[in-house]
Design a protein around this ligand. Structure first.
Ligand code: C2O
Ligand code: CU
Length: 489
């Protein structure tokens, strides 16, 4: 070998060594880096993936179709006849309980010329409707209370088709119990051809012997327990509501729980009744209504098939939430068989599974609890309580910001032994787990029942900016402080 060749060989060996060292050293480091990056990217891309999975589930914005549907609505004292021959004094929208059923189409703009003729201030809140923040009807947050004799115009274009309702947000436990609530149905562009599309407003009243609304509100008993549970049940303001149907019909039945505090578990017996929508929004997969607890504020839309051979049948609908079944209403069948409407369930395939949501971090925890109210009335077993969220009773609250268009996760941790149907204004969310067990709920909600000592995780991608209250829909609990607020920005 010549010296030159040896030199070259040594050079090659050195170069190879350097290359090897570089690859080993930096490569190794690089691997670490990549691994680290990957970890970061993973958690980053996970929540990104969750957002991607969400988009298209419902509209970000609605294009108004230019059609303005106008209603005049007056809140005033009135009388209704629930019991034959007895006038019950109520407070009502346009003189009836329930108040008007407003029906519009998706894309229509709803304009409500509202007049307050009550002896108290009030507002109107459209429960579950994604409205511009200023139209949300929350005194001190989105508007000033409407004084007796004053007017207010609510105008907005709902972003979602579905079943909604409205009620005051001032002294809510009193005003709703006295009869102030109505429903809003926003129809799809091309609704499915159901034989009938019917709303059932389910309510309970606490009445005295002479069939009047007991006018002591927020009693210590109600505040300390699960709120005001009534002793008279009505569906659409009647003790014996009947839905008349024909064999073979397919009915869309929209159920709304307007009770102050009562939860229902509906039993339709042998009648096939599938839930197609929860809180206004179509589900991803239908399920039986007996598997849903209809808490105050909640709605479910049912797809009911009346059997072809059902002529002369009568189905009694019960509530099975408590130990004593309660008769709510009836579905009667008579006549000759109609042509069975044939279409698939109107569902929303784009509801995200959010399997990965379970592993995401909690952005905000809300601890739900009670304490003795400082300076409150009563003593011992009859101490006036205060219901708190993170140790604060509204109007004191723990403010929190939700990130617009991003994945957010919230935990409701119920440290008390009472029920808390938690309602978030202006947003839909999905339950991701209960007591740490992943949930298989295939739908959005705006209200979730949190049971005693339970913790429930929910997730959402907020698409509606503003400050939105988040409160227990047991109206007595809310009255005793169980309200907080989030700001979406
Ligand atoms: Cu139906 Cu703030 O509630
Ligand atoms: Cu509560």
């Amino acid at each position: 070998m010549e010296i030159k060749q040896i030199k070259n060989l040594i050079l090659v060996i050195i170069i190879l060594f350097v290359v090897f060292v570089v690859i080993f050293w930096f490569g190794g480091d690089d691997n670490l880096k990549i691994k680290g990056e990957k970890e970061k990217q993973n958690s980053f891309s996970d929540s990104e993936t969750l957002v991607d999975e969400f988009f298209g589930a419902y509209l970000k914005d609605i294009a108004p179709n230019g059609n303005i549907v106008e209603f005049n609505m007056i809140a005033e004292e009135s009388e209704v006849e629930i019991f034959d021959g007895v006038k019950t004094k109520v407070w009502a929208y346009n003189g009836s309980v329930p108040g008007p059923q407003l029906r519009i189409k998706l894309g229509d703009t709803l304009k409500i010329n509202f007049i307050n003729k009550l002896p108290q201030e009030t507002t109107v809140h459209f429960h579950g409707v994604r409205v511009p923040n200023a139209m949300d009807g929350v005194p001190g947050v989105t508007q000033d209370p409407i004084k007796p004799g004053e007017k207010f115009v609510y105008e907005f274009t709902p972003k979602d088709a579905g079943t909604f309702w409205f009620h005051p947000h001032v002294r809510t436990s009193e005003q709703v119990e006295r009869g102030l609530f109505g429903t809003l149905v926003v129809e799809d562009d091309t609704p499915k051809q159901y034989s009938q599309d019917v709303v059932w407003v389910i309510d309970d009243w606490k009445m005295s012997e002479d069939r009047q609304v007991v006018d002591k509100f927020n009693t210590i008993m109600e505040l300390r327990h699960d709120g005001r549970w009534g002793n008279v049940m009505t569906v659409n303001g009647k003790l014996d509501e009947v839905l008349n149907t024909k064999p073979g019909e397919r009915i869309r039945l929209r159920l709304v729980n307007t009770s102050n505090a009562r939860v229902y578990k509906l039993n339709f017996g042998e009648l096939s009744s599938k839930v197609i929508a929860v809180d206004g929004m179509y589900v991803k997969k239908v399920f039986d209504v007996k598997d849903f607890e209809l808490a105050p504020g909640n709605r479910v839309d049912l797809d009911i098939s009346i059997p072809k051979n059902g002529n002369k049948k009568e189905y009694v609908i019960y509530d099975n939430f408590t130990r004593n079944p309660i008769k709510l209403a009836k579905i009667k069948v008579s006549g000759s068989v109609v042509k069975i409407p044939n279409f698939s369930f109107p569902i929303n395939k784009k509801v995200p599974d959010w399997q990965g949501a379970f592993f995401e971090k909690i952005d905000k925890e809300y601890v739900l609890d009670a304490r003795r109210k400082k300076g409150g009335s009563g003593a011992g077993m009859m101490t006036e309580p205060e219901w708190t969220i993170n140790g604060k009773a509204y109007p004191d609250y723990d403010p929190f910001t939700l990130k617009y268009g991003e994945f957010n996760k919230i935990r409701f941790k119920n440290n008390s032994s009472r029920l808390h149907p938690m309602h978030l204004h202006g947003q839909f969310f999905k339950v991701t787990s209960r007591n740490g067990v992943p949930s298989n709920e295939q739908y959005f909600r705006d209200t979730v029942l949190v049971k005693p000592k339970e913790f429930v995780d929910i997730a959402l991608v907020p698409l509606d900016k503003g400050t939105w209250v988040n409160h227990c829909h047991i109206l007595e609990h809310a009255a005793a402080g169980m309200i907080t607020a989030v700001t979406v920005e």
